[in-house]
Design a protein around this ligand. Structure first.
Ligand code: MG
Length: 277
Protein backbone atom coordinates (compact mmCIF):
# COMPACT_ATOMS: atom_id res chain seq x y z
CA UNK A 1 0.00 0.00 0.00
CA UNK A 2 1.31 3.44 -0.87
CA UNK A 3 1.09 6.47 1.34
CA UNK A 4 -2.34 8.03 0.97
CA UNK A 5 -2.66 11.77 0.89
CA UNK A 6 -5.76 13.90 0.77
CA UNK A 7 -5.82 17.43 -0.50
CA UNK A 8 -6.66 19.88 2.27
CA UNK A 9 -4.94 22.98 3.53
CA UNK A 10 -1.60 21.24 3.33
CA UNK A 11 -1.43 17.55 2.60
CA UNK A 12 -2.16 15.34 5.59
CA UNK A 13 -0.66 11.91 5.75
CA UNK A 14 -3.36 9.50 6.80
CA UNK A 15 -1.85 6.24 5.62
CA UNK A 16 1.49 4.59 6.15
CA UNK A 17 4.05 3.52 3.61
CA UNK A 18 4.17 -0.15 2.85
CA UNK A 19 5.94 -2.00 5.68
CA UNK A 20 5.64 -5.41 7.11
CA UNK A 21 3.72 -5.61 10.38
CA UNK A 22 5.32 -8.94 10.78
CA UNK A 23 5.72 -11.52 11.60
CA UNK A 24 9.37 -10.62 11.95
CA UNK A 25 11.08 -13.83 12.86
CA UNK A 26 7.66 -15.09 13.87
CA UNK A 27 6.85 -12.01 15.97
CA UNK A 28 4.59 -9.04 15.27
CA UNK A 29 6.18 -5.63 14.99
CA UNK A 30 8.84 -3.62 13.22
CA UNK A 31 12.61 -3.35 13.26
CA UNK A 32 12.91 -0.61 10.64
CA UNK A 33 11.57 2.00 13.05
CA UNK A 34 13.44 4.55 15.21
CA UNK A 35 14.94 3.56 18.56
CA UNK A 36 12.92 4.84 21.52
CA UNK A 37 14.41 6.90 24.38
CA UNK A 38 16.38 4.53 26.53
CA UNK A 39 18.18 3.12 23.52
CA UNK A 40 16.83 -0.39 23.84
CA UNK A 41 13.69 -0.80 21.78
CA UNK A 42 12.47 0.13 18.34
CA UNK A 43 9.03 1.72 18.05
CA UNK A 44 6.74 -1.35 17.86
CA UNK A 45 9.69 -3.62 18.56
CA UNK A 46 8.72 -7.26 17.97
CA UNK A 47 11.20 -8.42 20.63
CA UNK A 48 9.77 -6.32 23.43
CA UNK A 49 8.29 -8.74 26.00
CA UNK A 50 4.53 -8.95 26.18
CA UNK A 51 3.08 -7.88 29.53
CA UNK A 52 2.22 -10.64 31.97
CA UNK A 53 -1.41 -11.67 31.87
CA UNK A 54 -3.35 -10.82 35.03
CA UNK A 55 -6.95 -11.87 35.53
CA UNK A 56 -9.02 -9.05 36.96
CA UNK A 57 -11.56 -9.77 39.66
CA UNK A 58 -15.11 -10.68 38.70
CA UNK A 59 -16.38 -7.59 40.48
CA UNK A 60 -14.95 -4.07 40.67
CA UNK A 61 -12.63 -3.62 43.62
CA UNK A 62 -11.92 -7.33 43.90
CA UNK A 63 -8.40 -8.69 44.05
CA UNK A 64 -6.82 -9.49 40.68
CA UNK A 65 -5.02 -12.79 40.19
CA UNK A 66 -1.57 -11.47 41.12
CA UNK A 67 -2.61 -9.63 44.28
CA UNK A 68 -1.62 -10.50 47.83
CA UNK A 69 -4.84 -10.52 49.81
CA UNK A 70 -4.25 -8.96 53.23
CA UNK A 71 -7.85 -9.19 54.42
CA UNK A 72 -10.63 -11.21 52.81
CA UNK A 73 -13.19 -10.86 55.57
CA UNK A 74 -12.37 -14.20 57.17
CA UNK A 75 -8.83 -14.17 58.46
CA UNK A 76 -6.58 -11.59 60.04
CA UNK A 77 -3.56 -13.87 59.68
CA UNK A 78 -1.76 -11.34 57.49
CA UNK A 79 -1.66 -8.92 60.42
CA UNK A 80 -0.65 -8.55 63.99
CA UNK A 81 -1.81 -5.88 66.37
CA UNK A 82 0.62 -4.06 68.63
CA UNK A 83 -1.50 -5.10 71.58
CA UNK A 84 -3.48 -7.97 70.10
CA UNK A 85 -5.93 -8.56 67.26
CA UNK A 86 -8.56 -6.17 66.05
CA UNK A 87 -12.23 -7.09 66.30
CA UNK A 88 -13.41 -9.47 63.56
CA UNK A 89 -17.05 -10.10 62.71
CA UNK A 90 -19.39 -10.35 59.72
CA UNK A 91 -16.49 -10.13 57.25
CA UNK A 92 -15.28 -6.88 58.72
CA UNK A 93 -12.42 -5.95 61.01
CA UNK A 94 -12.69 -2.99 63.32
CA UNK A 95 -10.36 -0.98 65.51
CA UNK A 96 -11.06 -2.23 69.05
CA UNK A 97 -11.68 0.08 71.95
CA UNK A 98 -8.65 1.35 73.82
CA UNK A 99 -10.11 -0.16 76.96
CA UNK A 100 -10.17 -3.67 75.48
CA UNK A 101 -6.74 -3.30 73.89
CA UNK A 102 -5.12 -1.71 76.89
CA UNK A 103 -3.88 1.23 74.86
CA UNK A 104 -3.06 2.24 71.30
CA UNK A 105 -3.20 -0.83 69.08
CA UNK A 106 -2.06 -0.22 65.53
CA UNK A 107 -2.40 -3.11 63.10
CA UNK A 108 0.75 -4.13 61.26
CA UNK A 109 1.07 -6.32 58.18
CA UNK A 110 3.33 -9.32 58.71
CA UNK A 111 4.67 -8.98 55.20
CA UNK A 112 6.83 -6.03 54.23
CA UNK A 113 6.41 -3.93 51.11
CA UNK A 114 8.11 -1.15 49.20
CA UNK A 115 6.50 0.11 46.00
CA UNK A 116 2.94 -1.09 46.09
CA UNK A 117 -0.59 -0.77 44.75
CA UNK A 118 -3.14 -1.02 47.53
CA UNK A 119 -6.91 -1.42 47.58
CA UNK A 120 -8.78 -1.04 50.83
CA UNK A 121 -12.35 -0.33 51.91
CA UNK A 122 -13.23 1.43 55.13
CA UNK A 123 -16.35 2.53 56.98
CA UNK A 124 -16.56 5.40 59.40
CA UNK A 125 -18.46 4.80 62.63
CA UNK A 126 -22.19 5.56 62.44
CA UNK A 127 -23.67 7.48 64.10
CA UNK A 128 -20.64 9.73 64.16
CA UNK A 129 -19.35 10.94 67.48
CA UNK A 130 -16.92 13.71 68.30
CA UNK A 131 -15.62 16.07 65.63
CA UNK A 132 -12.63 17.10 63.56
CA UNK A 133 -9.67 14.76 64.04
CA UNK A 134 -11.50 12.66 66.61
CA UNK A 135 -14.22 11.57 64.17
CA UNK A 136 -13.46 8.33 62.36
CA UNK A 137 -9.71 8.83 62.38
CA UNK A 138 -7.45 6.05 61.16
CA UNK A 139 -4.86 5.98 58.42
CA UNK A 140 -2.77 3.91 56.09
CA UNK A 141 0.88 4.17 57.07
CA UNK A 142 2.98 2.92 54.20
CA UNK A 143 6.27 1.47 55.45
CA UNK A 144 4.96 2.40 58.94
CA UNK A 145 6.01 5.97 58.18
CA UNK A 146 4.03 7.68 55.45
CA UNK A 147 0.36 8.30 56.24
CA UNK A 148 -2.52 8.67 53.83
CA UNK A 149 -5.28 9.85 56.12
CA UNK A 150 -8.51 8.07 56.90
CA UNK A 151 -11.10 10.27 58.56
CA UNK A 152 -14.86 10.71 58.53
CA UNK A 153 -14.67 13.59 56.08
CA UNK A 154 -18.41 13.95 55.60
CA UNK A 155 -19.58 17.32 56.91
CA UNK A 156 -16.78 17.23 59.43
CA UNK A 157 -14.75 20.43 59.34
CA UNK A 158 -11.07 20.03 60.19
CA UNK A 159 -7.75 21.36 58.94
CA UNK A 160 -7.32 20.66 55.23
CA UNK A 161 -4.06 18.75 55.50
CA UNK A 162 -5.67 16.36 57.96
CA UNK A 163 -8.91 15.47 56.26
CA UNK A 164 -9.58 12.20 54.49
CA UNK A 165 -7.49 11.84 51.34
CA UNK A 166 -4.71 14.05 52.65
CA UNK A 167 -1.06 13.26 52.93
CA UNK A 168 -1.28 14.04 56.61
CA UNK A 169 0.35 17.30 57.68
CA UNK A 170 1.36 18.11 54.10
CA UNK A 171 -1.09 17.94 51.18
CA UNK A 172 -4.87 18.28 51.33
CA UNK A 173 -6.80 16.09 48.90
CA UNK A 174 -7.64 17.66 45.54
CA UNK A 175 -11.32 17.26 46.39
CA UNK A 176 -13.39 15.67 49.14
CA UNK A 177 -15.46 12.80 47.70
CA UNK A 178 -16.51 11.43 51.12
CA UNK A 179 -19.53 9.23 51.61
CA UNK A 180 -21.59 9.54 54.79
CA UNK A 181 -20.53 7.58 57.86
CA UNK A 182 -21.80 4.03 57.84
CA UNK A 183 -21.26 3.63 54.09
CA UNK A 184 -18.31 1.73 52.66
CA UNK A 185 -15.68 3.79 50.93
CA UNK A 186 -12.79 2.66 48.76
CA UNK A 187 -9.17 3.70 48.54
CA UNK A 188 -6.94 2.79 45.62
CA UNK A 189 -3.41 3.97 46.20
CA UNK A 190 -0.10 3.72 44.37
CA UNK A 191 2.80 4.25 46.73
CA UNK A 192 6.37 4.62 45.53
CA UNK A 193 8.89 4.24 48.31
CA UNK A 194 11.65 6.80 48.77
CA UNK A 195 15.13 6.01 47.51
CA UNK A 196 18.18 6.62 49.64
CA UNK A 197 21.88 6.60 48.75
CA UNK A 198 24.27 4.33 50.61
CA UNK A 199 25.16 7.23 52.90
CA UNK A 200 21.50 7.71 53.81
CA UNK A 201 20.94 10.81 51.69
CA UNK A 202 17.55 11.09 50.03
CA UNK A 203 17.83 10.43 46.29
CA UNK A 204 14.13 10.40 45.41
CA UNK A 205 11.19 11.12 47.72
CA UNK A 206 8.22 8.85 48.19
CA UNK A 207 5.32 9.52 45.83
CA UNK A 208 1.67 8.75 46.27
CA UNK A 209 -1.29 8.61 43.92
CA UNK A 210 -4.63 8.04 45.59
CA UNK A 211 -8.23 7.62 44.49
CA UNK A 212 -10.92 7.87 47.12
CA UNK A 213 -14.22 6.38 46.03
CA UNK A 214 -12.81 6.34 42.49
CA UNK A 215 -12.01 10.06 42.57
CA UNK A 216 -8.43 11.32 42.30
CA UNK A 217 -7.32 12.95 45.55
CA UNK A 218 -3.51 12.80 45.20
CA UNK A 219 -1.72 12.71 41.85
CA UNK A 220 1.84 11.45 42.02
CA UNK A 221 2.38 13.69 45.01
CA UNK A 222 5.85 13.81 46.51
CA UNK A 223 5.81 13.16 50.24
CA UNK A 224 7.76 15.34 52.67
CA UNK A 225 9.01 12.57 54.91
CA UNK A 226 7.95 10.50 57.89
CA UNK A 227 4.51 11.72 58.92
CA UNK A 228 4.54 13.95 61.97
CA UNK A 229 1.97 15.95 63.96
CA UNK A 230 2.45 19.70 64.20
CA UNK A 231 5.88 19.36 62.64
CA UNK A 232 7.36 19.31 59.17
CA UNK A 233 7.95 15.74 58.10
CA UNK A 234 11.53 14.73 57.41
CA UNK A 235 13.11 11.67 55.90
CA UNK A 236 15.24 9.23 57.74
CA UNK A 237 16.86 6.50 55.70
CA UNK A 238 15.34 3.05 56.07
CA UNK A 239 15.18 -0.35 54.41
CA UNK A 240 13.57 -0.91 51.02
CA UNK A 241 10.67 -2.81 52.57
CA UNK A 242 8.60 -2.33 55.70
CA UNK A 243 5.08 -3.27 56.86
CA UNK A 244 1.89 -1.44 56.06
CA UNK A 245 0.24 -0.17 59.22
CA UNK A 246 -3.40 0.68 59.86
CA UNK A 247 -3.80 3.29 62.53
CA UNK A 248 -5.64 3.02 65.80
CA UNK A 249 -6.65 6.61 66.54
CA UNK A 250 -9.25 5.65 69.13
CA UNK A 251 -12.09 5.51 66.57
CA UNK A 252 -13.91 2.25 65.75
CA UNK A 253 -13.22 2.44 62.00
CA UNK A 254 -13.99 -0.76 60.08
CA UNK A 255 -12.15 -2.34 57.16
CA UNK A 256 -12.77 -4.95 54.49
CA UNK A 257 -11.32 -6.16 51.19
CA UNK A 258 -7.66 -5.23 51.50
CA UNK A 259 -5.19 -6.35 48.87
CA UNK A 260 -1.87 -5.21 47.52
CA UNK A 261 0.29 -5.72 44.47
CA UNK A 262 3.99 -5.19 45.05
CA UNK A 263 5.25 -3.19 42.07
CA UNK A 264 8.36 -3.98 40.04
CA UNK A 265 11.03 -1.38 39.41
CA UNK A 266 9.71 -0.69 35.91
CA UNK A 267 6.46 0.54 37.48
CA UNK A 268 8.29 3.55 38.85
CA UNK A 269 7.64 6.54 36.62
CA UNK A 270 10.59 7.46 34.48
CA UNK A 271 11.25 10.93 33.20
CA UNK A 272 12.75 11.67 29.79
CA UNK A 273 15.95 13.14 31.15
CA UNK A 274 18.72 12.47 28.69
CA UNK A 275 16.36 11.17 26.04
CA UNK A 276 16.59 12.56 22.54
CA UNK A 277 13.65 14.89 22.01
MG1 MG B 1 -4.89 9.28 60.95
Amino acid sequence: MKAVRIAMAGAILIGAPAQSQGPVDGKLGFRDTPILPGGKWHVHDPDRPAPAVVSPAATPGGAPSDAIVLFDGKSMDAWHGERGPWTLGKGVMTVPSRASSGGENNLISKQEFGDVQLHLEFRSPNPPTKSSQDRGNSGIWFMQRYEVQILDGYRNPTYADGTVGSVYAWKPPLVNPSRPPGEWQSYDIIFERPRFAADGKLVRPAYVTALLNGVLVQNHQAMLGTTAWRKIAQYQAHADKAPIQLQDHDSPVSFRNIWVRPLPEEAIAQDLKGAAQ
